[in-house]
Design a protein. Structure first.
Length: 371
C-alpha cells in the first residue's frame, strides 16, 4: 500500500493553530490583516483604531471623523523556520508531525514575533517604577494603573506583561497568595496572576532590558526647547564630549515624561535638537529646566490593546516546482508553508514563514514598568 504523505495545506493549517497557542504579546495587541500578497520591505497604510471624545450636548452635535487616522507600517520582518524532512516524517499523521516538528517551529516563530512587539517599548515615554528595582508589590501595579488613568486610557482591554523576575516576586505577595479566599487558586496552581486592578496579567520571557546611554548618569542636566516642538536641547556643565543618549531613554521635564526618539552624542556636554516624544507643551518655551533621567531598566509593559499593532500580510507562493500554501486566521495572522527539494544537497525541505511588521499606534495608551 502506498503511503499517504502530508500536504503543504495540511501542515500550514495545523502550524497556524499551534502558532496562535504559543503567542503572548501577539494575542494582546491590535492586529491588521488583508489577503493581498505583499513582499518583504513593502510599506502599507494601516488605519488606526478610532478614538473619540464625548462632548457635552449643547443643542447641536459635533461630528467626529471615523477612520481618518492612519499609520505607515513597513513589512520588514519575516520569521522563518526551515527544516529538512524525509518520507518518514511526511508519512506521519498530522498530530504526530505537529508534536515532532511543528511545536518547535511555531514556538520559535512566536518567540520572534513577541520579541519584536516587546521591542516597541522604545516608543513609550510614560513610565512608573524605578530602573534596577524589580516590581514586587501591589503598589507597582497600582502605579502603572495611575499612569494610564492620567492619560485617559480606556478601562477595558488593558493588559500587563511582566518579565520573569517581576512575575516571581508578584505571585508570592499576600494579595495573590490569599487568592483562594476569593474562590480562585489559579495564582497558586499556575503562577498566573489573572486580572488585577483592571489589567489581565501575563509573563513573557521576551520582555526587553533597556541599557540607557551614559549621558543619563549626569545629575546637572538642563533642558531648553521651543514650545510645541518635538525636540529639546540638553546641557550639562559637568558632561563629557562623549556622553550618549540611546533611543528609548526616558526622562522628565517639568513633571512631564518624554522618550528619546534617536541616538545622540554630546558635544562638550551639549546634545542639540534631540528628537523626543511627545512634543513640548504649547503654552511656554522650556528654559534651563532640570532633567531627571530614567536609568537602565527591564521594560515590562502595561497597555491598552490599541496601543501596539501587529500587521500581517500573506507571502506569495514561490515560483518553480515547490508547493506552497498560506493559512490565515480570523484574528489577522497568516502563515506560509512551502515544500521543496534541493537538488544540490538531495534533501526534502519544509519552510514555515510569516511576513509582518510591528508599530506603536497610540503611545498614550501604554506605560513602561521599570524594573
Amino acid at each position: 500500500m502506498a503511503n499517504n504523505f502530508l500536504t503543504a495545506q495540511m501542515i500550514a493549517r495545523e502550524a497556524l493553530l499551534r502558532l496562535q497557542s504559543n503567542f503572548v504579546m501577539a494575542g494582546l495587541v491590535f492586529t491588521d490583516y488583508s489577503s493581498e500578497f505583499k513582499e518583504l520591505g513593502d510599506t502599507i497604510q494601516v488605519k488606526k483604531p478610532a478614538t473619540f471624545i464625548a462632548d457635552e450636548f449643547g443643542g447641536t452635535v459635533n461630528l467626529q471623523d471615523v477612520g481618518e487616522s492612519s499609520v505607515l507600517v513597513k513589512l520588514d520582518k519575516i520569521a522563518d523556520v526551515s527544516v529538512e524532512v524525509g518520507s518518514k516524517e511526511l508519512s506521519l499523521n498530522i498530530q504526530d508531525f505537529g508534536a515532532q516538528i511543528l511545536d518547535g517551529a511555531t514556538l520559535a516563530i512566536a518567540e520572534k514575533v513577541d520579541q519584536d512587539l516587546c521591542g516597541l517599548y522604545k516608543d513609550i515615554p510614560y513610565f512608573s517604577g524605578v530602573g534596577g528595582t524589580t516590581p514586587a508589590a501591589v503598589t507597582d501595579i497600582a502605579n502603572a494603573m495611575l499612569v494610564m488613568n492620567k492619560n485617559r486610557a480606556p478601562m477595558a482591554s488593558r493588559n500587563a506583561v511582566w518579565d520573569p523576575n517581576a512575575q516571581a516576586k508578584l505571585v508570592s505577595q499576600d494579595f495573590l497568595v490569599n487568592a483562594n479566599k476569593s474562590g480562585s487558586t489559579d495564582a497558586l496552581r499556575n503562577a498566573s496572576m489573572g486580572r488585577i486592578m483592571g489589567f489581565d496579567n501575563y509573563m513573557d520571557q521576551n520582555v526587553k532590558t533597556h541599557l540607557a546611554g551614559t549621558y543619563t548618569s549626569l545629575t546637572d542636566v538642563k533642558a531648553a526647547g521651543t514650545k510645541g516642538t518635538a525636540a529639546v536641547t540638553l546641557t550639562s556643565t559637568a558632561g563629557t564630549s562623549t556622553g550618549t543618549i540611546k533611543q528609548g531613554d526616558v526622562f522628565t521635564i517639568n513633571g512631564n515624561q518624554y522618550v528619546a526618539k534617536a541616538d545622540a552624542t554630546a558635544v562638550t556636554g551639549v546634545i542639540s535638537n534631540l528628537p523626543i516624544y511627545p512634543k513640548l507643551p504649547s503654552d511656554a518655551d522650556v528654559v534651563a529646566v532640570p532633567v531627571t533621567f530614567g536609568k537602565s531598566h527591564v521594560a515590562s509593559l502595561a497597555f491598552h490593546q490599541n496601543a501596539l499593532g501587529l500587521v500581517s500580510r500573506p507571502l506569495e507562493p514561490p515560483m518553480g516546482g515547490a508547493t506552497s500554501y498560506v493559512a490565515t486566521s480570523p484574528n489577522g495572522l497568516s502563515l506560509r508553508v512551502t515544500m521543496g527539494y534541493d537538488m544540490t544537497t538531495k534533501r526534502n525541505m519544509i519552510s514555515i514563514d510569516t511576513l509582518y511588521g510591528v508599530s506603536t499606534l497610540y503611545p498614550e495608551l501604554a506605560t513602561r514598568i521599570l524594573g
